[in-house]
Design a protein around this ligand. Structure first.
Ligand SMILES: Nc1ncnc2c1ncn2[C@@H]1O[C@H](COP(=O)(O)OP(=O)(O)OP(=O)(O)O)[C@@H](O)[C@H]1O
Length: 303
C-alpha cells in the first residue's frame, strides 16, 4: 500500500507544519508528502491519487477544513483509506473519524489494513458542497465568520488559548446576532420555527471544537441529524451553551432534533452558513438550502 501525507501548513495557525517536522522524523516507512499551497489543494491532490487506482493510505495533517477536502475528494473511491493526524484548531474530525497520534500506529495499521465505509453530507442551494462533520446556519456560523476574520484567534493560538477566541466571539455575537425564522422541510413534512439562533445538520456528534451538538449522530447510518435551537433568551442560550460539551443540551425543550436523509432550510433574512466550521457564505432569504446524505461514500482507515 502507498502512504501519502498531506500537510496543511496553515492549520492550527501554523502549528501543523511544526508538528509535521517532528512527526516526520519518526516515520520509518516509505511515503510521499505534499504540503498544500492553498485552499482546495488537498482536494486536488486526493483527486489525483484517486486516478492512480492503487491502494493508498492518505493521512491528512490538519484540521476540519483539510479533512473535509480530503474526505470529499475520496468520495466514490474504494482504493483510498483516509485518516488524520489532528493538527488544526478545533479538530472535530479527529473526535469521531480515524486518527493517528504516532507513526508507530500507522505501521500497526499497515500490518493488516482495513477500511470502514463512511457517509458524507452535501449542502447547497443546488447541492454543491460536501461536508464530513456538519454544516449549519445561524449563530454558530456567525461566530465562525467573526473568528476567522479576527486576529484574536491568531494571537490566542500562539499562546495555546485558541478556544478562548471562540468564547470571546460567542459572547460578542450573542449581543449582535439577529434571530431568524426557519422552515425545515423533511420527508414531505414542513416544520416552522420562530426566533431561531441556529440550525445545524450533523453527520457526526461534534462541532465547534468539541461541542457535542448531536450526540446520536453516526457516520455510517445513512442519516443526518438536524438540531434547531430557538425561542431562547440570551441568558438561557448561555445556560444551554454550558451543557453542549456534554451533550445534555438536548434536554431543553428549545432544542429540537430530528433525523432524515434529505431536507431543506428556508430563512426569512440573510443568515451566515458554515461547512465543517469554515465560512460558506450567506444563505439568502427564501432560497432553499438543500441537505442530503450520501451513504458509505468514502473509506476511513479502520484502526
Ligand atoms: N497553504 C494554504 N494557505 C492558505 N490556506 C490553506 C492552505 N492549505 C490549506 N488551506 C485552507 O486552510 C483552511 C483551514 O485549515 P483547517 O481547517 O485544516 O485548520 P484549522 O482551521 O486550524 O482547524 P479546525 O478547522 O479544526 O479548527 C482549510 O479550509 C484549507 O482549505
Amino acid at each position: 500500500m502507498d502512504i501519502v501525507f498531506i500537510i496543511n501548513p496553515t492549520a492550527g495557525n501554523g502549528a501543523a507544519l511544526k508538528k509535521w517536522r517532528k512527526f516526520s522524523g519518526t516515520v520509518d516507512f516509505p511515503h510521499e508528502q505534499f504540503v498544500t499551497r492553498s485552499s482546495g489543494h488537498a482536494f486536488q491532490l486526493v483527486d489525483q491519487l484517486k486516478r492512480r487506482e492503487r491502494e493508498t493510505l492518505v493521512v491528512g495533517f490538519g484540521g476540519d477544513g483539510t479533512m473535509r477536502e480530503i474526505a470529499a475528494a475520496a468520495a466514490g473511491s474504494r482504493q483510498l483509506f483516509i485518516a488524520s493526524v489532528p493538527a488544526g484548531s478545533g479538530n472535530d474530525f479527529a473526535r469521531t473519524f480515524s486518527c493517528f497520534s504516532a507513526a508507530q500506529e500507522i505501521s500497526g495499521f499497515l500490518a493488516s489494513p482495513k477500511g470502514k465505509l463512511t457517509d458524507i453530507g452535501q449542502v447547497g442551494v443546488e447541492i454543491e458542497q460536501l461536508f464530513a462533520s456538519s454544516s449549519g446556519i445561524g449563530f454558530d456560523a456567525a461566530v465562525a465568520h467573526a473568528v476567522n476574520r479576527s486576529r484574536v484567534k491568531y494571537w490566542l493560538n500562539k499562546v495555546g488559548l485558541g478556544k478562548l477566541a471562540y468564547l470571546i466571539f460567542v459572547v460578542i455575537t450573542l449581543f449582535t446576532f439577529k434571530k431568524f425564522r426557519l422552515t425545515v422541510e423533511l420527508d414531505g413534512a414542513v416544520h416552522h420555527f420562530e426566533d431561531v439562533w441556529l440550525a445545524t445538520v450533523s453527520n457526526q456528534p461534534y462541532f465547534g471544537g468539541g461541542m457535542k451538538i448531536s450526540p446520536h449522530s453516526s457516520v455510517d447510518d445513512g442519516q443526518l441529524e438536524v438540531t434547531v435551537v430557538h425561542r431562547l433568551s440570551r441568558l438561557k442560550l448561555l445556560a444551554v451553551f454550558g451543557t453542549v460539551f456534554s451533550g445534555s443540551h438536548t434536554k431543553f425543550p428549545e432544542v429540537v432534533q430530528f433525523s432524515g436523509k434529505h431536507f431543506s432550510f428556508a430563512v426569512d433574512r440573510p443568515v451566515p452558513r458554515h461547512v465543517d466550521g469554515d465560512e460558506a457564505g450567506i444563505t439568502d432569504a427564501q432560497k432553499k438550502v438543500n441537505f442530503r446524505v450520501s451513504a458509505k461514500q468514502w473509506r476511513q482507515a479502520k484502526l
